[in-house]
Every structure is written in C-alpha cells, then in structure tokens.
Design a protein around this ligand. Sequence first.
Ligand code: PLP
Length: 570
Amino acid sequence: MSDWKRFLADPVIAYFSMEIGLSADIPTYSGGLGILAGDTIKAAADLQLPMVAVTLASRKGYFHQSIDNQGWQQESPNEWSPEEILELMPVKALISIENRDVKVQAWLKRVKSPTGGEVPVFYLDTDIEGNQEQDRTITDHLYGGDNEYRLKQEIVLGIGGARILAGLGFRIRKYHMNEGHASLLTLELLNRTRRPVEDTWDERNSWDPRKVQQQCVFTTHTPVTAGHDRFPYDLVQRILGDDVPLFLLKELGGKDELNMTMLALNLSRYVNGVAKKHGEVSQALFPGFEIHAITNGIHPFTWASPHMVKLFSRYFPSWGTEPELLVRVDTIPDQEIWEAHAGAKAILFQYVAETTGIQLDPEILTIGFARRVATYKRGNLIFSDIERLLKVGRNKIQLLFAGKAHPHDQPGKEIIHTIIGEIEKLRGQIEVVYLENYDMRLASLLIPGVDLWLNNPIRPLEASGTSGMKAALNGVPNFSVLDGWWIEGHIEGITGWCIGPPPQGNSIDQNHTDEDVRDLYDKLENIILPLYYENRPGWIRVMKNAIGKNAYYFNTQSMMRRYVSEAYFR
Ligand SMILES: *Cc1c(COP(=O)(O)O)cnc(C)c1O
C-alpha cells in the first residue's frame, strides 16, 4: 500500500521542469538544464526540504545517438516504461487542448536521501485510454515535434501539473519554474484569483496578477532572446482557448506573440539567472525587471567517481550531504588523490577500449570535451590550426569527445561530423575519440576519467555550465573560456586555467576567436603540458584546489540554501 499521502503533511515548494535528469534509466533530459533539475531535487532531499517536482513522462525520451561510418549522427527513440518502475497516482487531471478534453495522469518516483529526506517527482503522462490518439502522444518526445506540439506539452506541464498537485491535495508554498517551459502554470494560478466584478467595464480587475506573483519563483537559463519559447497568438487561441482573455494574455506575455519568459517574468516576484554574469546579462535583456543571480551547482554524491567517493568518505564521512567539508582536501595525501584519479582514468579507458577498440595511453594527458552539441559551444575550436595543434600536442595529448546535437540542429550535426573528420588526419600523432550517446552514465565515466576539462563557448552564452563543476569535484582542473560559473570559480594557475581574456560587456561582440585559439595553444604548450609532465606535485596541487576551492562550494546543497533563504522564503 502506498503511503504517498505523507508528502501532504507540510506546504511544499513545487518545482516545475520540462526535463529532469535523475539517472540514465529515466531518459527524460537532454542536457545541463535537466540534470540541474535532478541534482536540485536530490539536494532538496538531502536538506529535507518540503519539495515536490513535476515534469513530463517523455516516454520516448530525448533520443539515442549513434554515429554512422560517414561521421553523421543517427537518432532513434530512447523508450522507457513508467509502469515498470514507478507508481501510478490515483488522481487524474482534466485539461483542455484544442477544445478537446485531455486526461493527464502522474507517475511517482521517490527521490530519497541518506538523511531521511524524500522528494516526490511526478511524471505527467497523457497516454491514457479514452484520450484521442493524437493526444496520447503529447508526452512522448522531449523537445520533439513542432511549435504546436511544444505548446501542447507546455499546457500539460504547466496547467496539467498544477491541477494534478491540487487534485492530490498538496498545499503549495511557492511554485518554482525552472526555465520558461512551465510558465503556463501562471495562467492556471491567475484563473484561481478570478472573481466577479460588478462593472463589466472593469473586467481587467477580475484577475489579480499580484497574488500569482507572490506564489511564483522563476529561474531563467537562456542568455539570448532567440532561445526563449514563443508562440503566435492565433496558435495559442486555437490550442489553449481563451480562459484567460487575449487582452490580458498580451499584457502579461507580450504584445505580438506569447513569450514564455515574459509571462514568467511578469508573474513571479523572485527571478534569477544561474550565475552572476548570467544574472547581469539577463538584467540587460529585460531592463524592467529585477533579476537576481544564484549560481548553479552539482550534486556531489551523484557526480564523484566511485574512487573519489571511497576516498572522500574515508576522510570526511558525511561529505556527500555536507560537501563544504571538501574545503579540507589538503588533509588527503597527494598520492591518494593521484591514485583515485588514476582509477577513474583506467575505468574510462577500459570503456573506450570496449566500445571503440581504441587503446588509449594512461600516461598521456587526456583532454575531455562533452556536452550538448550546439554551435555556440564551439566543440571543434581546438582543431582551428592543425599545424599548431600537432606542434604543441603530438604524442603529448589525447582528446575525448562526446555529445548529442538536437535532431533539428543541422549546424550542430556538422560540428560532430567535422570533429570525426579530424580523427583520421591526426591518427598516430594525436589520438582523438568521439564516444556515442552522451548521457548521465557516460558523463559519470568520462568527466572524472580525463585529466583536463575543456570548455570554450562564445561569451556570454554559457549561462552557467555545470560539467566543469563535476570535473572539479573529481580533481579534474578546468581549462575554460571565462564565462558562466568559471568566472566565479577560476583562479589562474590555482584552480585551473582560462582561455582568452576576461569577460567584457554583455554582447557576443566581445569574442575574438583568433585570440582564444592562440591562447588555448599557448597555455597548453607553455604551462599545462610542462606542469603535467615535469611537475607532478604541482599538478596535484591544482587537482586538490579544484576540489577544495571549487567543488566545496559549487554544489547543489549550497545552491539550495540560497534558493531557500533568498527565493522561497521571501
Ligand atoms: C553535466 C551534463 C551536461 C551539462 O554540461 P555543460 O558543459 O554544463 O553544458 C550535459 N549533459 C550531460 C549528460 C551532463 O551530465
């Protein structure tokens, strides 16, 4: 028998996210946004916060990636069955899409912490008998389909999610929207404020947006307006209907089209970006609003390699739920840090050998680059000058890549194709490997197992970046453009190294690719490679600093304490 009703005891924070990445066997995430959501939930459980999370079931997942022998990405569905591992809730919600009734059900996953904390996560699902065929597939593909499909999903997430929580009997202290995908929930809340007014000339006063604002917290993740979801109003009227009249929707969501970020900004009392710089950039994009910044984190226990888990647990028994203790990393002898890292490297190289047949050399400095493949991340930057790369790195470096491009992102797919093209050119001189199907499982092998973590996005487009925090936790120093979290974590030569100049201003005009490329090669040649090969104690010092000066702070426990004190209890 289910005891889920115990979650109803206290008023909760309701965390809404289009994607949530808790583990690789629930493939309902595409990248950093979803994994942040998963790590947030795990930290909330560690801290025993009263929280509930809502997302979509995405039964066909994001997608499974393979690479064909021409070097092109191929996609196939990555299906999972909630019925096999989750518990179906006894309550359904009814929503209206294109004037049809659509039933929404919810699957419960319990996220438990060793502290005894527990956070329920609800996966919303429209694949229910009685729903029309076309509606049963709404919760199939994460970020699949067209604008119309996306709008339907966002109705399920925002409005369906709010109704399911109400139906189950939750009392909500705050609604936290993780990115604009969930903004339609504000319309559901707005309609709950509706009251009759005597004078029909005064219809606007039937709704009370201020009441909604008091209930909502909004975290924006995208530093460019083009990245924000927008829908034409004729589509909105046809799919969503007009429970909230058009004049009011336009007032709150934008004059010309429904902008989900605008809607969330207008209806949230607390708004934040995901790193200090990203807060500033977002403030410049939306001058009329007050935008704060809470820098992202990672959930340490999830992202430490088994070797590091063992080592940290020996020296700091409660480090998993109290990662601040990592500030004392200097009490661990160098040799033990080095051996734990060598263990993670060996496991990774074994995986590489099994999946690709390539035998990498554990003595060689191995550079990792893995994340969603989007053009702004410049995955192929290190190949800008092959002559120079060979001069600097011949027989001295190995490169490991991984990452998926969105199925509609042709330029992203070309980047993968280019990287794979370099493999042949460099064979015998610099070993380059592209690993297929980057997901949480591969990330947890790859990131701890390389020696140096590379990141070279176009500034200021990396809102935060979290893979670098996972690297730091495992004693893998960052070598990165100063953007996102690295502006806060970087101390040159101490915690890692930067590529190119400090950030200047909030526009992408500050990028000079030539300068970045030159700096990348120069630092590898003159600082990083000599340190790695000729001064091992110096290298281990940087590894320890990554742990003691980055990872002790850039984690979801510290981050959640800030959300609690600055956002949830305001
Ligand atoms: C951490 C993680 C990301 C985020 O990487 P960034 O470099 O911050 O963009 C993306 N995908 C997976 C599988 C991850 O584990």
